[in-house]
Design a protein. Structure first.
Length: 382
């Protein structure tokens, strides 16, 4: 009986969110907070699909025959290539299955979209199985929880299809590319028109330079001391889709102004890439190494200011940024904004006492704080 585990990291966008939707450069990094999926093939006698998504309190068992009858009874599945038609069919099925809230609805839609799509594309047989999935990532907070979820689902079903064909291999680059594309389709359910950066970073890991249209350039960080950040959760929920639409509306109203802002964010991202690449040429104790971090902090403040101009900051995010500056550090929102998370870049010589002090202050203000490292591994199979 087949059993395996898949995990994928979350992400932070260091520079370039929102601008990336319009073809500009962004810089993103994986973080060592992961989504974990456990897959188990069930005995043929059970003839069910069991879904256990504890983060959204979803525990459901669906007869396999119900899935077969709805999607495969006439073997006419060309509709999967038309996103709107296919997604409408998925929504119809999920309504039949039933759910308790909006998060469960989206989770089920993403699950069945990915399962049926990959089953057809990879010629995978859907047998009885159970999926248990949990995550260390907060939902709807800018840390790529939905992308990490989508990447785990895509990787799971791609790997299962390989095992059914007696193909035993680790995820090479070509397989990762396929997984990332499947995950992007899944992401459209949750984010409407995603840039593709989240599924890329959750698939490949590391720190990457990204442009919409599949331009992915890993930033070589060999010999660089691991960059550390404080992830600060505002605990303010927001909708990525709504925030993207807000910026789009601004762009329609003030096209020249918003285009100039997006160009400026693009230039900030490109400059950040140069600095990060230059860091590897200096030792961790070299004065130019510390100077590189200080330049990154200037760029972080600039990027945050431009995003605030686009009206996607939030009073909680502004407080976090101000507190970071009180300690000689820099912070910005990461993700869609409007709440969610901010990150504070720590200097290589930031003392533990300083980290504890700023953490206590932010926690006292009602935020949650996690120390994490940038650039961890991407999706993995065990």
């Amino acid at each position: 009986m087949i059993q395996f585990k898949v995990s994928a990291p979350g992400k932070v966008i260091l520079f370039g969110e929102h601008a990336v939707v319009y073809g500009k450069t962004a810089v993103a990094a994986s973080i060592d907070l992961r989504t974990v999926l456990n897959f188990t093939e069930l005995p043929e006698a059970e003839q069910v699909v069991k879904i256990c998504f504890s983060k959204v309190n979803l525990f459901i068992t669906i007869p396999l025959q119900q899935i077969q009858n709805f999607f495969f009874i006439n073997k006419n599945v060309e509709f999967i290539e038309n996103y709107e038609i296919f997604y409408n069919k998925i929504k119809e099925f999920v309504c039949i299955v039933s759910y308790a809230n909006f998060q469960q609805k989206l989770s089920l839609e993403a699950f069945f979209y990915t399962l049926i799509y990959i089953a057809q594309k990879e010629e995978m047989e859907i047998k009885p199985f159970q999926i248990q999935l949990n995550t260390e990532l907060a939902i709807n907070s800018g840390l790529g929880s939905s992308a990490s979820f989508a990447v785990c689902l895509a990787a799971c079903f791609v790997h299962w299809s390989h095992l059914q064909k007696n193909i035993y291999k680790v995820f090479d680059f070509s397989t990762l590319d396929v997984i990332s594309k499947y995950a992007l389709n899944c992401e459209r359910i949750m984010h409407g028109n995603p840039s593709g950066i989240d599924n890329c970073i959750c698939t490949y890991g590391s720190i990457i330079e990204f442009k919409k249209g599949n331009y992915i350039q890993p930033i070589n960080t060999n010999n660089i001391q691991a960059m550390k950040i404080l992830l600060v959760d505002t605990r303010v929920n927001r909708s990525t889709k709504a925030l993207l639409e807000k910026v789009l509306e601004l762009k329609h109203t003030y096209p020249v102004i918003i285009d100039l802002i997006m160009d400026s964010i693009d230039n900030i991202s490109k400059e950040a890439v140069k600095i990060i690449q230059k860091l590897k040429t200096f030792s961790n104790t070299n004065e130019f190494f510390l100077e590189g971090y200080k330049q990154l902090m200037i760029l972080i403040n600039m990027n945050q200011g431009l995003l605030a101009t686009c009206q996607i900051s939030h009073p909680s995010l502004d407080r976090i940024c101000a507190e970071a500056q009180n300690y000689g550090l820099a912070a910005k929102l990461t993700g869609a904004g409007g709440g969610g998370h901010a990150y504070i870049l720590l200097l290589p010589d930031t003392q533990p006492e300083t980290i504890s002090s700023i953490s206590r202050k932010l926690i006292a203000d009602g935020f949650t704080v996690k120390l994490t490292t940038l650039g961890c591994s991407g999706v993995q199979i065990n």
